[in-house]
Design a binder for this molecule. Structure first.
Ligand SMILES: [Zn+2]
Ligand SMILES: [Zn+2]
Length: 376
């Protein structure tokens, strides 16, 4: 902190102002600043310290070196702290882990009720990305647990900045007493949701902006029909967009976007950097930045591809009544979607395991080296 205080004196004020604008653009998303980081990836205590120390630079301009009066300073500290605390509360609530074994507290406490109604409000702004079925008491306990470390740091920071003696309770070790003592030392209501009520008109548009962008809806593979014959039927109606001959085609379904492509056929090849690539490989470059998951419909086989020359087969998520896959559709039993298998395929993708899966398969299955993936 001594360093930061010294910086404030030695650095050009204009530079500090620029730094401050960048810091504040995290919590004030309408401040235009280049590549503003996502609210969820920011350490807000860091923003608090930076913003509080840099704030006096706003009073400076070319001709006069003004400093805020001590009254203005107190209000500046208070408003910055309240704003950043509300942003941190939102961080905690947007990333809440609903699977923790928390000890249940009073269901209808004032805090639990405030938490519930606030959460219902923000879940509207995320267009349902966060559910509002979490009980109020759980939200409140999670918030309190999540915010206490930040409050502790803030109390230490303001103590060293302003020299206000902390109350006796902060020297004891009781968790319950600590939380309320921190709140009272920092001039916060113990029901922190009251902050939002107090500044509702100002904060509401900010909340909408935070939540409009974050969190993003989780990507998902396309919905597949339960009955495999639906896909076969679709495949039989498939016509290559580029040729009108009656030659049998290899329709392949992109599981990222649902496009059906004409695979392994010269009619739909494209040239990329002077090299011929098949329709699937070409599609993958745009649809999944080179990485993609396809279903070869007539063969009931999934293929994972990466770049221009690597790929592997993967079991299709369709099983017959004996719980077996039918690669190549040789047996011809009716096949139904296995939710469990499809979920596994989702995981391979979401946990970024496609490339790993391809590498492993190429090690164990030398046979596939013979296949020219580039023309898929
Ligand atoms: Zn696609
Ligand atoms: Zn074609």
């Amino acid at each position: 902190m001594q360093f930061a205080v010294a910086q404030r004196i030695t650095c050009p004020q204009v530079l500090i102002q620029k730094h401050l604008v960048r810091l504040l653009s995290v919590v004030l998303p309408n401040l235009k600043s280049e590549d503003t980081p996502c609210l969820l990836s920011i350490d807000l205590f860091h923003v608090l310290v930076g913003a509080v120390l840099a704030f006096p630079s706003l009073y400076w301009d070319d001709t006069v070196d003004l400093q805020p009066s001590s009254v203005s300073s107190s209000y500046n500290h208070l408003y910055l702290f309240h704003l950043i605390t509300m942003a941190h509360m939102l961080q905690i609530l947007l990333t809440i882990d609903t699977g923790l074994p928390l000890a249940q507290v009073q269901e209808d406490s004032e805090e639990a009720r405030s938490a519930s109604s606030f959460f219902a409000e923000i879940s509207q702004y995320t267009s349902g990305c966060i559910g509002c079925s979490i009980p109020g008491w759980y939200l409140w306990v999670s918030l309190k647990n999540g915010i206490t470390p930040y409050l502790r740091c803030a109390a230490l920071f303001f103590h060293y900045l302003l020299g206000v003696t902390p109350p006796e309770e902060l020297h004891t070790n009781s968790a319950e007493g600590e939380y309320s003592a921190l709140c009272s030392y920092l001039s916060l209501p113990t029901n922190l949701f009251l902050l939002f009520q107090e500044y509702w008109d100002t904060v509401r548009p900010l909340l909408q902006r935070y939540c409009g962008e974050y969190p993003r809806k989780r990507n998902s593979l396309i919905e597949l029909p339960d009955d495999y014959s639906c896909l076969l039927n679709q495949a039989s109606h498939f016509r290559c967009p580029r040729s009108s001959d009656d030659e049998r085609k290899h329709p392949v379904l992109c599981l990222f976007c649902g496009a059906i492509l004409c695979s392994q056929n010269i009619c739909c090849q494209e040239v990329v950097n002077g090299e011929e690539v098949g329709a699937c490989i070409f599609h993958a470059l745009h649809c999944g930045a080179g990485v993609c998951i396809f279903l070869k419909i007539r063969e009931c086989r999934v293929v994972l591809v990466e770049g221009k020359a690597r790929g592997c087969a993967y079991p299709a998520p369709y099983l017959d009544e004996y719980g077996e896959t039918d690669p190549g559709l040789k047996r011809g039993n009716p096949l139904h979607l296995s939710r469990e298998r499809y979920r596994k395929l989702h995981l391979v993708w979401q946990q970024h395991c496609i490339i790993e899966e391809i590498a492993r398969s190429q090690e164990t299955n030398q046979m596939l080296f013979g296949f020219n993936w580039q023309l898929l």
